[in-house]
Design a protein around this ligand. Sequence first.
Ligand SMILES: O=C(O)CCC(=O)C1=CC=C[C@@H](O)[C@@H]1C(=O)O
Ligand SMILES: [Mg+2]
Length: 369
Amino acid sequence: MELKSITLRHIKMDLLYPFTTSVGTEYDKDIILVEALDKNGLSGWGESVSIVQPMYNEETVHTNWHIMNDFLIPLLVNEPIIHPDEVIKRFEFVRGNFNAKAAIEGAVWDLFAKQQNLPLAKALGGVKDKIEVGVSVGIQESESKLLQQIEGYLREGYKRIKVKIKPEWDIKILRSIRKQFPDIQLMADANCAYTLDDLDHLRHLDEFNLTMIEQPLAHDDIIDHAKLQAKLVTPICLDESIHSAEDARKAIELGSCKIINLKIGRVGGLTESKKIHDICEKHNIPLWCGGMLEAGIGRAHNIAITSLANFTFPGDTAPSSHYWKRDIIEPEVEMKDGYIVIPDKPGIGYEPNLQVIDELTINQKTIHF
Ligand SMILES: O=C(O)CCC(=O)C1=CC=C[C@@H](O)[C@@H]1C(=O)O
Ligand SMILES: [Mg+2]
């Protein structure tokens, strides 16, 4: 697969609604898009999930721009890529920077699938033709606003509700939700807001029949999560702690979690995502696809990876209209009765809307091979 060029675009998009978690609030998103062009004029697209502040991980759109330009893309220039699985190996010299790596690797995977005339989902080994969709509800200004939001999302057909919790916005809130919605598929994401000192408090989570509690403890921990899981009935799901198949193996061996939230960007791309999928399938650890408020390109990649067999919980893969007034792809991602149909067109299955992307672009650069 001979690349002719890679183009980076820094775009800025306004979110329809602010999104608040235990670590902060996002009102808009700066996004780095990656376009890999081959000699026949075919393009593959990827999207970095980094934001402008290093509050979810250590990367930002600005570190992405630097690492992609100065280190990652030069590692692809000299030798043609035979298969996308090679890309993460070429990047081994660069430590971390998984969001940046995943965005470039994703563009190469999309281009590869298009060259093979295959939907990306099929190229990854996907087996589903549609996926169940969940929604992540940010922390709201009041309990009544949160209950209203949940009511609305259930009417829209979402298969699972994920609420954000933190100290002082947790047990009471979950009790109110369960009082109004006793039977819905409900989970909570703490985004690292607790410590083992909160063990007695966290045991109250077992009152609510949650499908899981996501990342209650530190972002880089699997030891304390194992101690906590031994005391909780509610399954722990790890998000921030898992950056590779090796991390997943260790967390599974220690009993740190019973479920993993897979995010393509957090683990450095689709090749590593497939490895994590396979190791979790082998150990009966179900997966679901987390979200990072992606635009349509990143959302398309999330939909494709969710087509693999061991993604058995609804993911944070809400349709375009949940996030954006206007998305950067055509058609936009749509949901029907709580499902998204996996596109059967080549590659990611959605076309980048170049007119919208150009309007949103604040900086771009093409590296010629
Ligand atoms: O993209 C979505 O709809 C889910 C967004 C979401 O829940 C998150 C986005 C970004 C960082 C995190 O705070 C949080 C998560 O942990 O999944
Ligand atoms: Mg999370």
